[in-house]
Design a protein around this ligand. Structure first.
Ligand code: SF4
Ligand code: SF4
Length: 148
């Protein structure tokens, strides 16, 4: 909704989407870019355009999925490791059930008391067919994982 509020909200379809809300959702999944909305380049939307760029720009430290682990907030509980469906599928008898990893196919694993991301191309948020998986986020008690 925050992104939608900054769009022209005219449903003009010049971006190729049927509504501004559809464009907002596509922006969130990086399917489109802010520049793909032509009316946003009008002077009247200058501030909105710049704010949107800030909101969707990947920040330093993020992976290709936009995943960031805030190390100062992570205390290595491993909730996210067990919640990640890719971890569960790739290591059903190890990290997938809270045990020590049995292979290197995990996305999230705890090392030195902090969760770290590997094999990020396996994340459900990666690539053209990405889906907005958020299981690692919602299971973290300290909001240490963020997607930008
Ligand atoms: S977004 Fe989903 S697939 Fe990606 S690391 Fe988090 S839980 Fe795993
Ligand atoms: S990111 Fe959150 S859920 Fe994952 S290990 Fe750190 S504190 Fe636990």
């Amino acid at each position: 909704m925050e992104i939608y509020q900054l769009l022209p909200k005219t449903n003009c379809k010049k971006c190729g989407k049927s509504t501004c809300m559809a464009f907002a959702v596509a922006l969130l999944s990086w399917e489109v870019a802010v520049e793909d909305c032509p009316p946003l380049k009008d002077v009247e939307f200058k501030n909105n355009y710049e704010k949107l760029l800030e909101m969707v720009a990947p920040v330093e430290g993020s992976t290709e999925t936009g995943l960031i682990v805030h190390e100062d907030k992570c205390f290595g509980c491993g909730n996210c490791v067990v919640a990640c469906p890719v971890n569960v599928a790739n290591d059903p008898h190890g990290a997938g059930i809270g045990r020590a990893p049995t292979n290197d196919k995990l996305i999230l694993r705890v090392e030195d008391g902090i969760v770290r991301a590997f094999n990020i191309q396996e994340c459900r948020r990666f690539g053209e067919n990405r889906i907005l998986c958020n299981l690692c986020i919602i299971t973290c008690p300290t909001e240490a994982i963020e997607f930008v």
